[in-house]
Design a protein around this ligand. Structure first.
Ligand SMILES: Nc1ncnc2c1ncn2[C@@H]1O[C@H](COP(=O)(O)OP(=O)(O)OP(=O)(O)O)[C@@H](O)[C@H]1O
Ligand SMILES: [Mg+2]
Length: 254
């Protein structure tokens, strides 16, 4: 994207610590992350490195212990709980690793659910849900329950649901983690299409090939911190990690 880039999400020096008995689990430590409108961002790193924690903070499902999070330039800690819920519901669509569909609601009712909290009328909710289920090619399954469809279909319902409020940003935590390669490719191509239509996509993945095939920028996490940032330059990825001004000397003794 040329010209002035609009920053949609910014994490500034964000840490998330969980007190556990006498000790503290440092799930995230001093993380800096910037996402521009229309970008496809991948977050990679080993299990336990803080990827889901980072996603939950980006999506303001959780609050940081230290640091600040900005959505469209606004510090979210300055919003009231209800304003934040409103902004989040409208701006961000979530696709969770485990789908998180409500088992006793039909496919269509699951897709309608996020619109309820935005005050959309029932008629509009039904129309939008049907339109989205057509988009993910599940119109003929809309009256089924989640237990009556396949894993790949569940993931497509989750995608349809994430689009219910026409969000600008889609957060996907391991969107293909539970899928076979072929179904995974269908889901990825769908995310790719949404990104090409202008949506910002932030995806967590364990799979470096997936990140390299689809992402513009890759954030590599390790032990709750940023290991490096790589950015697509043509067909390759270049290291664009910002070096800290003050390098911490490792045991200076000699
Ligand atoms: N609610 C919590 N209470 C205490 N510790 C937590 C909590 N949530 C996460 N952690 C810890 O924080 C660290 C980061 O967890 P997180 O779920 O972000 O990892 P992840 O990178 O998403 O891993 P995975 O690839 O396995 O999903 C882990 O060590 C985890 O045990
Ligand atoms: Mg995780």
């Amino acid at each position: 994207m040329e010209g002035v880039e609009k920053e949609v999400i910014r994490l500034r020096n964000v840490s998330k610590h969980y007190p556990m008995g006498d000790s503290i689990v440092k799930a995230l430590n001093h993380l800096e992350l910037k996402v521009f409108e229309g970008e496809f961002v991948a977050i990679m790193g080993p299990s336990g490195s803080g990827k889901s924690t980072a996603m939950n903070l980006v999506g303001s499902l959780d609050m940081p212990t230290h640091g600040s999070i900005h959505l469209d330039g606004r510090d979210i800690s300055e919003l009231s709980e209800s304003d934040l819920a409103q902004v989040r519901g409208k701006k961000i669509g979530f696709i969770f690793q485990s789908f998180n569909l409500i088992p006793n609601l039909t496919v269509k009712e699951n897709v309608m659910l996020p619109m309820m909290f935005q005050g959309t009328s029932i008629g509009e909710r039904e129309d939008k849900a049907e339109e989205l289920l057509k988009l993910v090619e599940l119109y003929d399954r809309m009256d089924h329950y989640p237990g009556e469809i396949s894993g790949g279909q569940m993931q497509r319902v989750a995608i349809a649901r994430s689009l219910a409020n026409d969000p600008e940003v889609i957060l996907a935590d391991e969107p293909t983690g539970n899928l076979d390669t072929k179904t995974g490719t269908i889901v990825m191509d769908f995310l790719d299409k949404l990104n090409k239509e202008g949506k910002t996509v932030i995806m967590v993945t364990h799979d470096p090939d997936l990140a390299k095939d689809y992402a513009d920028v890759i954030y590599w996490l390790r032990d709750g911190g940023l290991e490096k940032v790589t950015k697509r330059v043509g067909k390759r990825f270049a290291d664009v990690t910002k070096k800290k001004k003050k390098e911490v000397k490792s045991n200076g003794g000699r």
